[in-house]
Ligand binder design. Structure first.
Ligand code: TZP
Ligand code: MG
Length: 216
């Protein structure tokens, strides 16, 4: 397998759904099935927070959600846990600035997809050099989902990254919903990543479908 191309990555980032058991009011597998039916393009298993599963339970839910993704040909990315990503033979891993350095993670995962969170131009440039396939930029808007989220940056941060020549695939994150997704794309992002706008929607499938329309 070769590294994912930038163009393919841009397509995959359009509607990037992130979720773990903590984010769901219903069975995670049902939420994921409905989100896929609505047209999500990429999925990240993010089992994080005070009530998150650990150990074998974390592995088991990952395995279940991965199987759903495989059935529908949606790439399955693991947040933070590089070892779990390798154990499950996931399609990729997403790491933050406080995790292992991206170049070391790249060595461990070979050609799997590597996403890195970046909050500044410098972090974005470094991620590119260290072998990221895409960067996640945010929080764009204020969010209640991530307890330790930084101050919202607005779509302007992505706009200024683009202006300064950062051309790696970018996905915006944080507080993104149907009403503001268009602004994120207009700022130069290739896609949007969301937790609550899909996870907590009354109609998960419809919400995913509407978000997708905003990225077209
Ligand atoms: N990283 C920055 S903001 C955020 C993460 C994981 C949470 C996004 O959740 P929501 O519900 O889409 O605002
Ligand atoms: Mg992290």
């Amino acid at each position: 397998m070769a590294r994912v191309s930038a163009n393919k990555m841009r397509e995959l980032l359009k509607v990037y759904f992130i979720m773990g058991s903590v984010n769901c009011k219903r069975k995670p597998a049902d939420v994921l099935e409905e989100a896929i039916a609505g047209g999500i393009t990429l999925f990240q298993y993010r089992e994080k927070g005070a009530w998150a599963l650990t150990g074998e339970e974390k592995w088991r839910l990952g395995k279940e959600l991965q199987a759903i993704c495989q059935k529908h040909h949606i790439p399955f990315i693991v947040n933070d846990d590089v070892d779990l990503a390798i154990e499950l033979d996931a399609d990729g891993v997403h790491i933050g600035q406080e995790d292992e350095p991206a170049d070391l993670v790249r060595k461990k995962i070979g050609d799997k997809i590597l996403g890195v969170s970046a909050h500044t131009i410098e972090e974005a440039q470094k991620a590119v050099v260290q072998g990221a396939d895409y960067i996640g930029v945010g929080p764009i808007f204020s969010t209640n989902t991530k307890e330790d989220a930084k101050k919202p940056q607005g779509p302007k941060l992505i706009e200024s990254m683009r202006k300064q020549g950062i051309d790696i695939p970018i996905v915006g994150i944080g507080g993104i919903n149907i009403a503001n997704a268009g602004q994120v794309i207009a700022s130069g992002a290739d896609g949007i990543s969301v937790i609550s706008a899909i996870c907590l929607a009354d109609d998960v499938k419809e919400s995913a479908a509407q978000l997708k329309k905003e990225t077209m």
